[in-house]
Design a protein around this ligand. Structure first.
Ligand SMILES: Nc1ncnc2c1ncn2[C@@H]1O[C@H](COP(=O)(O)OP(=O)(O)O)[C@@H](O)[C@H]1O
Ligand SMILES: [Mg+2]
Length: 590
């Protein structure tokens, strides 16, 4: 579990990062543009208030014209209502399209996660992926909804307001503008610090998600070993760290906020004193001073809100960065020169000088597999035997191209699998692993996943009987019973049999089984084997096995030792000639 896996090394600019959102924003750009325009108009309306005030103070108020005062008041009311309506309209304009943007980004993330190689998932903590698909996307949507628009809106409002101020009285205007330079300096300093903390906080959310996920998935282990305390402590530590980071963020924000509010207040105070003196001296009309100060006050919110708008933008930039870290991972690619002709010559499954090293393994460790030469003839069942950690699972994962070989090649009926489209390889090869995974769906759907779209009831029944999974018929709704996380819990052996049924339902040409019978009792195992023997007759199979009874199912056995094929032969031959094999089969190790 690592935190900042591929955290972009320094020099990143929030703006450049955010421009990567453009392809997603493009479809809704018109809406966003109109929404921004509406908001600019609404916001500039607040600058009309001071002008009305000035007219009232210098006109009707000075002359005691009550009707005029009423007219002014009505005008102000009308302006207020119009402003509120326009802001409401803006929200309505953006809400739907932005929900669409978030949905399409999420869909892309999900699609991408399905297409990256298994090695990617080996490397990334699932919580990091979950948090990117949820929290980070929400931050991006919020950014598009508020800060993006309001930075434009506030910028425009401030410009118009400043122009009005300078037009009304340029000396007072300059007094108000004095804090701009220090503000820019201070804010850019805080922004840089905030960017770091924001990144840290979002990575920590990912780590926290990972812990929650592991605790939920591993709840039996945690309870069984009485580990709930230490797990709770791990969670508490992480959440305390996150809290610390969030507090650091809040402190930074408070500091920015403090500076951003104080400096303009001081300037406004200064202008008030200076302006009053001018009014007393008769150099300035009272109406102008009122207008001037209320314009300055109207600009307070646009200026002050810039602080948290910038902070939200920074968070969105971090979220965007984290999102694209996943999306930039190379998906599994297929060669352009895919052989169009399907394999025809029945040559079985061949490993030729295959070597394999996990992409994230240390350079100084030996490769997991080296110089593997193995030929499983058509229709033959080859058992793969080896001590724990000898590389059996790794070897089986190479056949459906869950990992690509580092050297040598694997052929299916004479075709190098590296030159076949993955899709085709996975149609040819069916797999079942020791850890059976069932999805939240019905039993039937789980099994038929292993077959083409036109597989039906008959194929399902056939597969269930091969896998000795007749218990399915006794389930409350038979094959329609929901299983997986949201359904009925099945025993380990029952799940293994369903996974096996899934592997054989498509009547694959090649079958790769990584110890799929380990959770079965000896009696059921014998029944499954008898049935498997019937299907395996037409199938070329590589079966990882531990027990002599499973090995007996095979025509020949290959012994994997230290990442190499140490011996190939029948069970009897190896038992006689190979000490390690004899030892393994006598229950020496599992
Ligand atoms: N995803 C992985 N990344 C790096 N090394 C791995 C990975 N999976 C397995 N290994 C290593 O490869 C070796 C062989 O593992 P494996 O193929 O699972 O053995 P077996 O199935 O025979 O018990 C072990 O040393 C294991 O630590
Ligand atoms: Mg294994």
């Amino acid at each position: 579990m690592s935190t900042t896996l591929e955290s972009a090394a320094g020099g990143r600019s929030a703006v450049r990062t955010l421009t990567r959102l453009w392809p997603y924003v493009r479809p809704v750009r018109k809406r966003l543009f109109w929404a921004a325009l509406v908001a600019v108009v609404a916001s500039c309306m607040s600058l009309v208030f001071p002008l009305v005030l000035k007219w009232m103070v210098d006109g009707p108020v000075a002359e005691g014209d009550t009707a005029g005062v009423w007219l002014g008041a009505l005008l102000l009311l009308g302006l207020g209502v119009a402003e509120a309506l326009l802001f409401g309209f803006r929200r309505w304009l953006v809400a739907r399209p932005l929900a669409g943007v978030e949905a399409s980004m999420r869909a892309d993330l999900y699609r991408h996660l399905q297409r990256v190689p298994v090695a990617f998932h080996d490397r990334w903590a699932s919580g990091q992926l979950l948090s990117r698909g949820t929290t980070d996307l929400m931050l991006i949507r919020l950014f598009l909804a508020f800060p993006l628009t309001f930075m434009v809106v506030n910028g425009a409002t401030i410009l118009v307001g400043v122009a009005l101020l300078l037009a009304q009285d340029w000396t007072l205007g300059l007094v108000l503008l004095a804090p701009v330079v220090p503000l820019v300096v201070v804010v850019s300093y805080f922004e840089a610090r905030f960017a770091d903390v924001a990144r840290r906080a979002q990575d920590q959310v990912g780590d926290l998600t990972t812990v929650v996920e592991e605790s939920v998935l591993g709840i039996r282990i945690i309870k069984g070993f009485g580990r709930h305390r230490s797990q709770a402590r791990a969670f508490r530590d992480l959440s305390r760290t996150l809290r610390g980071t969030e507090l650091a963020k809040a402190r930074l924000l408070a500091a920015i906020w403090g500076v951003i509010t104080t400096l303009p207040e001081l300037a406004i105070g200064g202008a008030l004193v200076l302006g009053s003196v001018q009014v007393a001296d008769g150099d300035l009309s009272a109406g102008t001073l009122v207008a001037f100060l209320s314009t300055a006050l109207a600009l307070r919110w646009p200026v002050e809100s810039m602080g948290f708008l910038l902070a939200m933008s920074q968070e969105a930039a971090t979220a965007t960065e984290r999102y694209f870290e996943v999306l930039d991972a190379e998906p599994e690619s297929d060669p352009d020169t895919a052989a169009a002709s399907g394999p025809d010559a029945a040559d079985g499954m061949r490993f030729e000088g295959v070597s394999f090293r996990y992409p994230d393994a240390d350079d100084d460790t030996p490769p997991t597999l080296t110089g593997i030469d193995l030929h499983v003839r058509t229709g033959e069942t080859m058992a793969l035997v080896g001590a724990t950690g000898s590389g059996k699972t790794t070897l089986t994962a190479l056949v459906p191209r869950l990992h690509d070989v580092s050297g040598g090649r694997i052929t299916l009926d004479g075709e190098d699998i590296a030159h076949l489209p993955r899709q085709r390889v996975r149609e040819l090869v069916s797999v079942a692993f020791e850890e059976p995974t069932l999805f939240s769906a019905s039993v039937g759907e789980n099994v038929l996943m292993g077959a083409g779209p036109d597989a039906g009831e008959q194929d399902l029944d056939h597969a269930l009987s091969v896998a000795q999974a007749d218990f399915v018929h006794e389930l409350p709704q038979g094959a329609d019973t929901q299983v997986g996380e949201q359904g009925l819990s099945l025993s380990g052996g029952q799940r293994q049999r369903l996974a096996l049924a899934r592997a054989v339902v498509g009547r694959p040409r090649f079958l790769v089984l990584d110890d799929p019978l380990s959770a079965l009792d000896v009696h059921t195992e014998a029944l499954v084997e008898a049935a498997l023997r019937r299907v395996l007759k037409d199938t070329t199979a590589l079966v990882v096995a531990h027990r002599p009874s499973t090995v007996l199912l095979a025509d020949r056995v290959a012994l994997l030792s230290g990442g190499r094929i140490a011996a190939v032969g029948t069970h009897q031959e190896l038992l006689r000639d190979n000490a390690e094999y004899a030892w393994l089969m006598s229950g020496g190790s599992k």
